[in-house]
Design a protein around this ligand. Sequence first.
Ligand SMILES: O=C(O)C(=O)C[C@]1(C(=O)O)C=C[C@@H](O)C=C1
Length: 293
Amino acid sequence: MSDKKIPLVAFLGPEASFTHVAANSFFGTSGLVPHPTIPDCIEAVEAGQVDYAVVPLENALEGSVPMTLDYLFHGSKLFINAEISTPIQQHLMVNEKQARFVDEIESINSHPHALAQCHKYLRNHFRHVPLVQMTSTAAAAKYISEHPDEKIAVIANRLAAEKYGLHIEEENIHDLDFNHTRFAVLSTQKQSLEHEGRSEKTKTTLMIKLPEDDRSGILHQILSVFAWRRLNLSKIESRPLKTGLGNYFFIIDVLESEDHSMMKGAIEELTVLNCSVQTFGSYYTYEQQPSRH
Ligand SMILES: O=C(O)C(=O)C[C@]1(C(=O)O)C=C[C@@H](O)C=C1
């Protein structure tokens, strides 16, 4: 018998959320602990209650998950240890008791990203039905399993339909086929987690704050630091600094390890330009293979 300690992993729950599916694919079924919100997951790992947290970072159709970015980049001391890219398939479901009355539903509940991923479908089929935002797709599914008399449909994955005994009214209602979400594995350690099927390249996530004096051309200078070193950026996003209107910082993903000499040089040069640079770790990406969920 192996005496290897099973890590505890917080994930955005309840069970059968997409985050659960992603966490399960990476860590297996043991040690996974559902938390009701993204900040709860982040705080659990900061407080040492769990070893890791798995939280959604970005969806291919909807873009970044602001809650994760806000908690990760504003004051947390966590690092990204791995990234899991998961295919997302959304289904419309109701409680078995409501299966004959789908025409009479009074609201459609789900996570805001899931509602947005099915925007066209909802406009075409349920234009006048109010949409209600929930903390996760699985939270919506769990709710209607516990309230069979309420005339609510939800958008969630197949695992949620199975787990909460719901009737799938329509499958694959997401507007575009290429629907993937990136999840981050976070911990207090600066480390890269190894797992089967990792990407060839390491990715580094940087948070860059501009110098106080608002010089013209500073963004161009920042990008040149990476460009002449042939460091490939896979993402650049600006987010509010929350210090005043128009004050932003940049999140930049670079396809190189921060230990690489070119990266060290780039970070040093950015500091000389009076930018403040914080690294959130270098890590691998894992593509989760499509499953029935
Ligand atoms: O609601 C869930 O099931 C989640 O895991 C959250 C989340 C998200 O934040 O985008 C994850 C993947 C899907 O894109 C929809 C919702």
